[in-house]
Ligand binder design. Structure first.
Ligand code: PLP
Length: 282
Protein backbone atom coordinates (compact mmCIF):
# COMPACT_ATOMS: atom_id res chain seq x y z
CA UNK A 1 0.00 0.00 0.00
CA UNK A 2 1.05 3.63 -0.45
CA UNK A 3 1.02 5.75 2.69
CA UNK A 4 1.21 9.50 3.24
CA UNK A 5 4.13 10.16 5.58
CA UNK A 6 5.61 13.58 6.33
CA UNK A 7 3.93 15.15 3.29
CA UNK A 8 4.95 12.50 0.74
CA UNK A 9 3.42 9.33 -0.67
CA UNK A 10 5.70 6.38 -0.03
CA UNK A 11 5.56 2.62 0.19
CA UNK A 12 5.87 0.62 3.41
CA UNK A 13 9.64 0.16 3.07
CA UNK A 14 10.62 3.84 3.05
CA UNK A 15 10.29 5.75 6.28
CA UNK A 16 10.49 9.51 5.98
CA UNK A 17 10.42 10.37 9.67
CA UNK A 18 13.55 10.50 11.77
CA UNK A 19 13.59 8.23 14.80
CA UNK A 20 14.98 11.25 16.65
CA UNK A 21 11.85 13.37 16.26
CA UNK A 22 9.85 13.85 19.50
CA UNK A 23 6.84 12.15 17.92
CA UNK A 24 8.84 8.92 17.76
CA UNK A 25 11.30 9.37 20.65
CA UNK A 26 8.85 10.73 23.25
CA UNK A 27 5.55 9.42 21.88
CA UNK A 28 4.41 12.99 21.31
CA UNK A 29 1.72 11.95 18.90
CA UNK A 30 -2.03 11.55 18.61
CA UNK A 31 -4.10 9.46 16.24
CA UNK A 32 -7.46 8.43 14.85
CA UNK A 33 -8.56 5.29 13.04
CA UNK A 34 -11.08 5.81 10.26
CA UNK A 35 -12.73 3.12 8.20
CA UNK A 36 -14.50 3.22 4.87
CA UNK A 37 -17.91 1.88 3.99
CA UNK A 38 -18.32 1.30 0.25
CA UNK A 39 -15.10 3.23 -0.36
CA UNK A 40 -16.10 6.38 1.58
CA UNK A 41 -14.53 7.44 4.92
CA UNK A 42 -17.14 6.98 7.65
CA UNK A 43 -17.94 9.83 10.08
CA UNK A 44 -14.95 11.77 8.79
CA UNK A 45 -15.85 15.15 10.29
CA UNK A 46 -16.34 13.51 13.73
CA UNK A 47 -12.95 11.80 13.53
CA UNK A 48 -11.33 15.06 12.43
CA UNK A 49 -12.86 16.97 15.35
CA UNK A 50 -11.63 14.28 17.78
CA UNK A 51 -8.14 14.41 16.23
CA UNK A 52 -8.14 18.21 16.65
CA UNK A 53 -9.20 17.80 20.28
CA UNK A 54 -6.38 15.30 20.99
CA UNK A 55 -3.87 17.51 19.17
CA UNK A 56 -4.93 20.55 21.23
CA UNK A 57 -4.49 18.55 24.46
CA UNK A 58 -1.00 17.48 23.32
CA UNK A 59 -0.13 20.99 22.09
CA UNK A 60 0.26 19.83 18.48
CA UNK A 61 -0.81 21.83 15.45
CA UNK A 62 -3.12 20.20 12.93
CA UNK A 63 -1.48 20.94 9.57
CA UNK A 64 -4.64 20.63 7.48
CA UNK A 65 -8.32 21.50 7.44
CA UNK A 66 -10.94 18.77 7.47
CA UNK A 67 -11.42 19.25 3.71
CA UNK A 68 -7.67 19.08 3.00
CA UNK A 69 -7.24 15.91 5.05
CA UNK A 70 -10.25 14.36 3.35
CA UNK A 71 -8.69 15.14 -0.07
CA UNK A 72 -5.42 13.44 0.95
CA UNK A 73 -7.38 10.42 2.08
CA UNK A 74 -9.47 10.27 -1.07
CA UNK A 75 -6.20 10.50 -3.06
CA UNK A 76 -4.78 7.62 -1.00
CA UNK A 77 -7.90 5.51 -1.56
CA UNK A 78 -7.55 6.09 -5.28
CA UNK A 79 -3.80 5.30 -5.26
CA UNK A 80 -4.39 2.09 -3.30
CA UNK A 81 -7.42 0.95 -5.25
CA UNK A 82 -5.49 -1.95 -6.76
CA UNK A 83 -4.77 -3.39 -3.30
CA UNK A 84 -8.31 -3.22 -2.05
CA UNK A 85 -10.17 -6.42 -1.49
CA UNK A 86 -12.88 -4.89 0.72
CA UNK A 87 -12.91 -1.71 2.77
CA UNK A 88 -9.98 0.26 4.15
CA UNK A 89 -8.73 0.99 7.65
CA UNK A 90 -6.91 4.32 7.73
CA UNK A 91 -4.76 5.31 10.68
CA UNK A 92 -4.09 9.04 10.84
CA UNK A 93 -1.25 9.99 13.18
CA UNK A 94 0.14 13.42 13.96
CA UNK A 95 3.67 13.33 15.32
CA UNK A 96 5.61 16.18 16.82
CA UNK A 97 8.65 17.10 14.78
CA UNK A 98 9.78 19.84 17.13
CA UNK A 99 8.34 23.07 15.77
CA UNK A 100 5.67 21.42 13.63
CA UNK A 101 3.66 18.26 13.48
CA UNK A 102 4.01 15.69 10.74
CA UNK A 103 1.19 13.47 9.51
CA UNK A 104 1.51 9.75 8.91
CA UNK A 105 -1.53 8.32 7.16
CA UNK A 106 -1.36 4.56 6.89
CA UNK A 107 -3.76 2.63 4.68
CA UNK A 108 -4.52 -1.03 5.25
CA UNK A 109 -7.11 -3.52 4.22
CA UNK A 110 -10.05 -3.91 6.60
CA UNK A 111 -10.92 -7.59 6.55
CA UNK A 112 -14.57 -8.46 7.16
CA UNK A 113 -14.89 -9.63 10.75
CA UNK A 114 -15.46 -13.35 11.04
CA UNK A 115 -19.16 -14.27 11.15
CA UNK A 116 -18.44 -15.93 14.50
CA UNK A 117 -17.98 -12.53 16.14
CA UNK A 118 -21.55 -11.50 15.33
CA UNK A 119 -23.12 -14.91 15.80
CA UNK A 120 -21.27 -16.34 18.79
CA UNK A 121 -19.95 -13.20 20.49
CA UNK A 122 -16.54 -12.70 22.06
CA UNK A 123 -14.91 -13.19 25.44
CA UNK A 124 -13.78 -10.16 27.44
CA UNK A 125 -12.29 -9.67 30.87
CA UNK A 126 -11.70 -6.89 33.37
CA UNK A 127 -8.28 -5.27 33.45
CA UNK A 128 -6.46 -5.41 36.79
CA UNK A 129 -5.36 -1.81 36.14
CA UNK A 130 -7.56 1.24 36.63
CA UNK A 131 -8.07 4.02 34.14
CA UNK A 132 -5.97 7.01 35.21
CA UNK A 133 -8.30 9.69 36.57
CA UNK A 134 -9.18 12.62 34.30
CA UNK A 135 -6.95 14.79 36.53
CA UNK A 136 -3.96 12.70 35.40
CA UNK A 137 -4.76 11.90 31.76
CA UNK A 138 -7.64 13.54 29.93
CA UNK A 139 -9.79 10.64 28.63
CA UNK A 140 -10.36 12.55 25.40
CA UNK A 141 -6.67 12.35 24.51
CA UNK A 142 -6.30 9.56 21.96
CA UNK A 143 -2.62 8.80 21.84
CA UNK A 144 -0.75 5.65 20.85
CA UNK A 145 0.19 3.29 23.62
CA UNK A 146 -2.43 4.46 26.12
CA UNK A 147 -4.29 1.15 25.75
CA UNK A 148 -1.17 -0.76 26.78
CA UNK A 149 -1.31 0.91 30.18
CA UNK A 150 -4.41 -1.18 30.89
CA UNK A 151 -4.01 -4.15 28.58
CA UNK A 152 -0.73 -5.95 28.17
CA UNK A 153 -0.56 -8.44 25.32
CA UNK A 154 0.01 -11.21 27.86
CA UNK A 155 -2.93 -10.21 30.07
CA UNK A 156 -5.20 -10.01 27.02
CA UNK A 157 -4.77 -13.75 26.32
CA UNK A 158 -7.77 -15.03 24.38
CA UNK A 159 -9.93 -12.03 25.31
CA UNK A 160 -11.13 -9.78 22.53
CA UNK A 161 -10.67 -6.72 24.78
CA UNK A 162 -10.37 -5.87 28.48
CA UNK A 163 -12.75 -3.57 30.32
CA UNK A 164 -11.22 -0.86 32.46
CA UNK A 165 -12.71 0.44 35.70
CA UNK A 166 -12.20 4.01 36.83
CA UNK A 167 -10.81 5.10 40.19
CA UNK A 168 -14.31 4.85 41.73
CA UNK A 169 -14.61 1.20 40.70
CA UNK A 170 -17.17 2.04 38.04
CA UNK A 171 -17.02 0.67 34.52
CA UNK A 172 -15.29 2.93 32.06
CA UNK A 173 -14.65 1.33 28.65
CA UNK A 174 -12.55 -1.25 26.84
CA UNK A 175 -8.98 -0.54 25.82
CA UNK A 176 -10.18 0.19 22.27
CA UNK A 177 -13.96 0.06 22.65
CA UNK A 178 -16.94 1.45 24.54
CA UNK A 179 -19.21 -0.84 26.52
CA UNK A 180 -23.00 -1.22 26.79
CA UNK A 181 -25.18 -3.43 29.01
CA UNK A 182 -28.78 -4.47 28.56
CA UNK A 183 -30.93 -4.44 31.70
CA UNK A 184 -34.69 -4.70 31.98
CA UNK A 185 -35.17 -3.73 28.34
CA UNK A 186 -32.97 -0.62 28.61
CA UNK A 187 -29.52 -0.04 27.19
CA UNK A 188 -27.02 1.29 29.74
CA UNK A 189 -23.60 2.80 29.03
CA UNK A 190 -21.10 4.65 31.26
CA UNK A 191 -21.53 8.41 30.98
CA UNK A 192 -18.72 10.66 29.71
CA UNK A 193 -17.91 11.68 33.30
CA UNK A 194 -17.01 8.05 34.01
CA UNK A 195 -13.86 8.77 31.98
CA UNK A 196 -14.79 7.33 28.61
CA UNK A 197 -13.50 8.33 25.22
CA UNK A 198 -16.59 9.62 23.38
CA UNK A 199 -16.60 6.84 20.81
CA UNK A 200 -18.06 7.58 17.41
CA UNK A 201 -19.66 4.12 17.32
CA UNK A 202 -21.01 4.74 20.87
CA UNK A 203 -22.72 7.93 19.63
CA UNK A 204 -24.20 6.08 16.68
CA UNK A 205 -25.50 3.25 18.89
CA UNK A 206 -27.14 5.82 21.19
CA UNK A 207 -28.71 7.48 18.12
CA UNK A 208 -29.85 4.10 16.83
CA UNK A 209 -31.50 3.25 20.18
CA UNK A 210 -33.28 6.61 20.17
CA UNK A 211 -34.50 6.03 16.62
CA UNK A 212 -35.89 2.64 17.72
CA UNK A 213 -37.41 4.21 20.89
CA UNK A 214 -35.22 2.07 23.15
CA UNK A 215 -34.36 3.83 26.38
CA UNK A 216 -30.66 4.59 26.90
CA UNK A 217 -29.23 5.33 30.34
CA UNK A 218 -25.89 7.17 30.33
CA UNK A 219 -24.74 7.01 33.93
CA UNK A 220 -22.08 5.67 36.30
CA UNK A 221 -22.14 1.85 36.09
CA UNK A 222 -20.78 -0.02 39.15
CA UNK A 223 -18.69 -3.04 38.13
CA UNK A 224 -21.13 -5.51 39.76
CA UNK A 225 -23.82 -4.50 37.25
CA UNK A 226 -21.77 -6.18 34.54
CA UNK A 227 -22.38 -9.53 36.22
CA UNK A 228 -26.16 -8.99 36.43
CA UNK A 229 -26.51 -7.75 32.86
CA UNK A 230 -28.79 -9.62 30.51
CA UNK A 231 -26.53 -8.81 27.59
CA UNK A 232 -23.28 -6.92 27.06
CA UNK A 233 -21.81 -5.59 23.85
CA UNK A 234 -18.85 -3.43 23.00
CA UNK A 235 -18.43 -0.98 20.13
CA UNK A 236 -15.55 0.31 18.03
CA UNK A 237 -15.06 1.81 14.60
CA UNK A 238 -13.54 -1.11 12.69
CA UNK A 239 -16.15 -3.73 13.62
CA UNK A 240 -19.17 -1.72 14.89
CA UNK A 241 -21.21 -3.65 17.49
CA UNK A 242 -19.48 -6.69 19.01
CA UNK A 243 -21.68 -9.03 21.11
CA UNK A 244 -20.10 -10.35 24.31
CA UNK A 245 -20.70 -14.00 25.06
CA UNK A 246 -18.48 -14.35 28.10
CA UNK A 247 -17.25 -11.93 30.75
CA UNK A 248 -14.44 -13.53 32.77
CA UNK A 249 -15.95 -16.92 33.72
CA UNK A 250 -19.56 -15.85 33.41
CA UNK A 251 -21.31 -16.93 30.23
CA UNK A 252 -23.89 -14.26 29.55
CA UNK A 253 -25.58 -15.49 26.48
CA UNK A 254 -25.21 -18.60 24.39
CA UNK A 255 -26.27 -17.27 21.02
CA UNK A 256 -27.29 -13.99 19.50
CA UNK A 257 -30.19 -15.00 17.30
CA UNK A 258 -32.57 -12.95 19.46
CA UNK A 259 -32.49 -10.11 22.00
CA UNK A 260 -31.41 -6.47 22.13
CA UNK A 261 -27.89 -6.94 20.76
CA UNK A 262 -29.32 -8.79 17.75
CA UNK A 263 -31.90 -6.05 17.18
CA UNK A 264 -29.20 -3.36 17.27
CA UNK A 265 -26.84 -5.39 15.07
CA UNK A 266 -29.57 -5.90 12.48
CA UNK A 267 -30.32 -2.17 12.33
CA UNK A 268 -26.83 -0.70 12.81
CA UNK A 269 -25.61 -0.49 9.22
CA UNK A 270 -28.93 0.86 7.93
CA UNK A 271 -28.82 3.57 10.63
CA UNK A 272 -25.21 4.70 10.15
CA UNK A 273 -25.50 4.78 6.37
CA UNK A 274 -28.52 7.08 6.49
CA UNK A 275 -27.53 9.25 9.49
CA UNK A 276 -26.59 12.53 7.81
CA UNK A 277 -24.04 13.60 10.47
CA UNK A 278 -21.84 10.60 9.51
CA UNK A 279 -21.44 11.82 5.94
CA UNK A 280 -21.71 15.61 6.10
CA UNK A 281 -19.51 18.49 7.21
CA UNK A 282 -16.55 18.11 4.84
N1 PLP B 1 -12.44 3.85 23.87
C1 PLP B 1 -11.12 3.86 23.59
C2 PLP B 1 -10.13 4.00 24.71
C3 PLP B 1 -10.65 3.75 22.26
O1 PLP B 1 -9.34 3.78 21.99
C4 PLP B 1 -11.62 3.61 21.22
C5 PLP B 1 -11.21 3.49 19.83
O2 PLP B 1 -10.07 3.48 19.47
C6 PLP B 1 -12.97 3.58 21.56
C7 PLP B 1 -13.35 3.71 22.89
C8 PLP B 1 -14.03 3.41 20.49
O3 PLP B 1 -14.17 4.59 19.75
P1 PLP B 1 -14.73 4.59 18.26
O4 PLP B 1 -16.09 4.04 18.29
O5 PLP B 1 -14.70 6.03 17.87
O6 PLP B 1 -13.80 3.73 17.45
Amino acid sequence: MLNYIADQWCDEQSSLVSVLCPGVMNSESVYEVVRTYNGLPFAFRKHFERLKQSAALMGLEVPFTCKELNSIIMEGLEKNKGFQTQDFRIRISLMSDGARSRPAIIFSDLPSPSKDIYELGVKISISPFLKPSADIVNPQLKMPGSSWIVRTRKALGDNYDMLILNEKGNVCEGSFSNVFLVKDGSVVTPDIRSGVLPGITRDNVIGLCESLEISVEKRPVPAWELFCAEEIFITHTSVGIVPVRRLEDKVLIEDFTDGMTRLLLDNFEGYIMTEDSNWSGL
